[in-house]
Design a protein around this ligand. Structure first.
Ligand code: F6P
Length: 316
């Protein structure tokens, strides 16, 4: 069978690893594997490249995605979806592996409804996809954040300051939550765990009274203007505060060992699913077992709130 593979949405470390596994294992299982450049953009343009074992050499340690990625709002439009199907048919490609996040899954479902055999792999640093404990790239981004937090702590301790650190995650607080636990943050603000500015200032004022000399506040993006809030904390509590937005550095870097294993397992599993004649599904990992659910179910459900939240306050 001819199978194409694309990466879409925000890049995530581990995307290359999943491509490598699907290509090498897929070829061993007798398939022809094609890469599509720039996600759905390449699908509409017919920008395909045949992939072989050798082309995969050396990409296991590379962050980003060598196939490039894009966000394409217009792919909601039926005429673009039909063009994509036409281009796949012209090449005789029956199967499609989509590696990406929520938005990419919507495009994948549309193609599945038009008769393309689609399997998706969760690739996003945000860890915001239903039906999987972890998404590809989450652990690498987390490691990047924790190493930045360790550096910020050094300077916070030295200057006796409060450090506010804004991390990515879009509408999901998992990066902030896991970073707060791993990086020893005192206070955590996420979409699932909102705290009022007054409550945060009250806690920091109390810390000062208790003679605590530094503090770390981790905040998921889009929750507040962290620079303004740092000024407010400095004015209202006795804690001098500074803010840092970690930004796109969180999306880059060589995938961690955990993401390499996850990417390799998921990439090979996608091929196994095609061989079992299973498609229209999203791959996930639950309790270290690979699983799959219909793409529609994954899109229409939200992940339950993470039970680890209470740990942050218990140890702060
Ligand atoms: O989905 C991954 C992510 O990095 C989010 O954490 C962030 O909100 C968003 O992408 C940024 O997207 P863009 O690259 O389009 O600015």
């Amino acid at each position: 069978m001819k199978i194409a593979i694309l990466t879409s949405g925000g890049d995530a470390p581990g995307m290359n690893v999943a491509i490598r596994a699907a290509v090498r294992y897929g070829i061993k299982k007798g398939h022809e594997i094609y890469g599509v450049y720039s996600g759905y953009v390449g699908l509409i343009k017919g920008d395909f490249v045949k992939l072989d074992h050798k082309r995969m050499s050396g990409i296991i340690s590379m962050g980003g995605t060598f196939l490039k990625t894009a966000r394409l709002e217009e792919f909601k439009d039926a005429k673009f979806q039909e063009k994509a199907v036409e281009n796949l048919k012209k090449k005789g490609i029956e199967g499609l592996i989509v590696i990406g996040g929520d938005g990419s899954y919507r495009g994948a479902l549309a193609l599945h409804n038009l008769g393309v055999k689609v399997v998706t792999i969760p690739g996003t640093i945000d860890n915001d996809i239903y039906g999987t404990d972890y998404t590809l790239g989450f652990h690498t981004a987390l490691d990047t954040i924790v190493s930045a937090m360790d550096k910020l702590r050094d300077t916070s301790v030295s200057h006796q300051r409060c450090s506010i650190i804004e991390v990515m995650g879009r509408n999901c607080g998992d990066l902030a939550l896991y970073a707060a636990i791993s990086g020893g943050a005192e206070i955590l603000v996420t979409p699932e765990h909102k705290l009022s500015k007054e409550d945060i200032i009250a806690s920091l004022t109390q810390y000062k009274k208790e003679d605590r000399t530094h503090a770390i506040v981790v905040v998921t993006e889009h929750q507040m203007d962290v620079f303004e809030f740092a000024k407010e904390i400095t004015e209202k509590s006795k804690f001098t505060s500074v803010a840092t937005i970690l930004g796109y550095v969180q999306r880059g870097g060589s995938p961690s060992a955990q993401d390499r294993i996850l990417g390799t397992r998921m990439g090979a599993y996608a091929i196994d699913l095609f061989d079992q004649k299973i498609s229209g599904v999203a791959i996930g990992i639950e309790n270290d077992r690979l699983v799959y659910l219909p793409i529609g179910v994954v899109i229409n459900n939200k992940r339950p709130v993470n039970p680890l939240y209470k740990l942050v306050t218990e140890v702060s």
